[in-house]
Design a protein around this ligand. Structure first.
Ligand code: ATP
Ligand code: ATP
Ligand code: MG
Ligand code: MG
Ligand code: MG
Length: 255
């Protein structure tokens, strides 16, 4: 195709290909979701409808991008792990983050009414997106451990904070003051002694976040002659900090 004299402006675009042979993580996070969740009447501390909408949007992303081998979500964020050798968009960082972020956001809006039938989005939600590279298996495991530890710390805090407000009638300021400087054990103790809540019995999805992986499941053939294996995206709420998950899902790190 003939080139115009304007073609040179392309040279102003900078190279942003991700290093070969490294794990690529794209993380999206809701913009100002503290306010968004309040204005859309999310239940506190955890709105299950919102979490299942996040899981649905993330599943849409994994269905589109087959090179995502694992995703991890909690609160208003989701991390997508691309296999090390992926060549999607020639590993261009901005292409990866913008396409993932855009699809995640549009799926979030698309499925909103299924999860919040009685509410309309009052204003369009916004998610930011970033691409981060992790060169070693230890790095990618530590990344996921970091997000899961964050989920645990925030959820324990939020569960105690909202129990103090909703069940003990404290103001947000008083609840914040009461929790200032407390350790995990102290919060567990407040929950148990004041509210008879055993934190370890809280739903696993809230304590651990959601892991999405692909699993082969048998599906019936249409002619009834048997089954065939089909890859499906499944949700897990297990620990990813210890070795057990990685021993059981060895293939994730070896391919
Ligand atoms: P930023 O734009 O910097 O990300 P933010 O307000 O989104 O600001 P986050 O640290 O991302 O801050 O926290 C997200 C907030 O969204 C939580 O603190 C919580 O108030 C709210 N939130 C997200 N998901 C849920 C949910 N499922 N149920 C209740 N509240 C939620
Ligand atoms: P890529 O993912 O690489 O961007 P693409 O198919 O989106 O691939 P583009 O170069 O972005 O390729 O071209 C967009 C195409 O979308 C156009 O070639 C045209 O076929 C179609 N298109 C976009 N806007 C319109 C429109 N308003 N009316 C009709 N066709 C349109
Ligand atoms: Mg946010
Ligand atoms: Mg967040
Ligand atoms: Mg295009």
């Amino acid at each position: 195709m003939a080139k115009s004299k304007f073609e040179y402006v392309r040279l102003f675009e900078t190279e942003d290909r991700c290093l070969p042979n490294s794990w690529i993580v794209v993380r999206v996070d809701g913009k100002g979701f503290h306010k968004f969740s309040t204005e859309h009447d999310y239940e506190k501390p955890n709105d299950m409808r919102a979490l299942s909408l996040m899981n649905k949007a993330a599943t849409s992303v994994m269905e589109e991008f087959k090179d995502i081998c694992l995703a991890y979500g909690q609160s208003d964020e989701y991390s997508f792990v691309f296999r090390k050798e992926t060549q999607v968009y020639s590993r261009r960082s901005a292409k990866l983050s913008t396409n993932v972020c855009s699809l995640f956001t549009s799926a979030f809006v698309y499925y909103w009414s299924e999860h919040f039938p009685s509410s309309k989005p009052l204003y369009p939600p916004v998610f930011d997106g970033r691409t981060v590279l992790y060169p070693s298996n230890q790095n990618i495991r530590d990344y996921l451990s970091w997000r899961q530890a964050d989920c645990h710390i925030n959820n324990l805090y939020n569960t105690t904070f909202w129990a103090l407000i909703l069940k003990a009638g404290l103001t947000p300021g008083e609840a914040e003051q009461k929790l200032k400087g407390t350790l995990s054990g102290d919060k567990n103790e407040i929950l148990f002694s004041q509210f008879s809540i055993n934190y370890n019995k809280e739903p696993e999805m809230l304590r651990k976040g959601t892991i999405l992986v692909r699993r082969k499941v048998p599906v019936a053939l249409p002619d009834g002659s048997g089954t065939r294996e089909k890859s499906q995206i499944v949700q897990l709420y297990t620990d990813v900090i210890g070795d057990e998950f990685w021993n059981e899902n060895n293939h994730l790190l070896t391919i």
